[in-house]
Design a protein around this ligand. Sequence first.
Ligand code: BES
Ligand code: ZN
Ligand code: ZN
Length: 505
Amino acid sequence: MKIDIQKKNLLSFQDQTLVLFIPQKSSSKTSKKEATLNLASLPKEIVNFINSAQKETDFEGKSKETRLFRQTQLGSFENVLLIGLGQEKKISLESLRVAAATAEKSLESNKLKSATFFVDNLTKYVKKATNAAHALTEGVLLSAYQFDKFFSEKPKPHFQKMTFLTQSAPPTTLKKAVTQAQALCECVNFARYLGDMPGNLLTPKDLARETVNAAKGTGLKVTVWNKERIKKEKMGGLYGVSLGSAAEPRFIIMEYKGASKSQKPICFVGKGLTFDSGGISIKPSQSMDEMKYDMCGGAAVIGAMLAIAKLKLKVNAIGLVPASENMPGPLANKPGDILRARNGKTVEVLNTDAEGRLILMDALCYASELKPRAILDAATLTGAIIVALGNSYTGVFSKNEKLVKTIKEAAEHTGENVWHMPLCDDFTQDMKGTHADLSNISSFRGAGSSTAAAFLEQFVDPEIPWAHLDIAGTAWNIANRKNYCPKKGASGVMVRTFVELAQRL
Ligand code: BES
Ligand code: ZN
Ligand code: ZN
């Protein structure tokens, strides 16, 4: 997508299509007839055009509503596309992302090549024109993502050029916001690509190679530990889980230094299970293919670290991704086997399908040794979180209220919904082992996501603020929950929230 910024008079500008984002006027009257559009900050000619068009077509400005007018001859635009923003009182950055994705889909399905997005009437709702341009860019670029690597015939997108038009904002600041959004979306789309790649072509080794290649020229330092090194580093969980597979594990370390040496880093940890068959406690065959997505936490960390480096954020950050397959090969973990984590704690493996926590325990020990400011992990950890929160919310587990507040604020800004879930000592009790310190499954029924979080907690230095994000419900196939995410395929969830958190923590 080519993106351009122009400061010009709207009616003297020329393009194939003009896209206008129109809010509904909030009115106390509920009758449908009373709902009118808010056409403030639009030139008179445009207001007249919309008013007469509205009479004809009943355009109400609802969220995701569209109307395309062809051959309008309005100014020098061939077409005008109206996109609804919903009730003006409720307009947020997320409304703009959704509206921009609606526009992208409409332009694409109407085979339109080039469009101009007018931003000046939006500043009222999102404070600055830069915020509007950033959110609109996100909506378009995230909506345009396609995983077409393996199709013999790749459909070529029609919509390929967008221009942001302002009559008042300084174009250089808009340009900066758009460039930043582009860099960020590239990284979200890269995380999606990693998620969408099939297990046979994205093994732990491939994941590490992709990370090394993507990091070239960004200033990120990437270190990759192989199987021998992982064993030598006493990562008994990661090593043990990988034994059932012919594919070797990797431990990926990404370091970014954007601030002085004395500043403690923020540490991101992501589950990188490139395929989870369940191991000896094998999963049912239905939808097992989806377990190629079990590395989406790792992909989120990789995407976020790349974005932090590309945006040259003034922070120190570390990304850790334990990567493994979980397979039932001859050397696989058997139920009852005991593994020793890097911090010396022992774990009884009562279900080999609860493997995510086993590879994360070592990564969390290592993260704690680095003495970071905060540790945030993302993992497709439990099916139970889907029962609790569906595809709408990522579960947040943390006893640190301040950290939870910051996560909620960051997620509010990025539109990635999070919900604070309980983590308390009852759940810690449930994870005690019979013949080892811990068991990898709960001895009691229910609260599967909380007990998993309580297990992870055992490997984090209690002095370090830590939160665990269970993204099993939000990392892929989120259907109609976000129109700028693929209905089927990886969503890239948490890349943008992690980048936001790197700036807020
Ligand atoms: N990767 C799965 C969790 C998962 C399941 C994510 C379905 C998305 C959809 C994880 O490794 C797992 O299998 N967890 C088990 C834990 C159980 C055995 C305690 C689960 O949730 O069933
Ligand atoms: Zn599993
Ligand atoms: Zn898993």
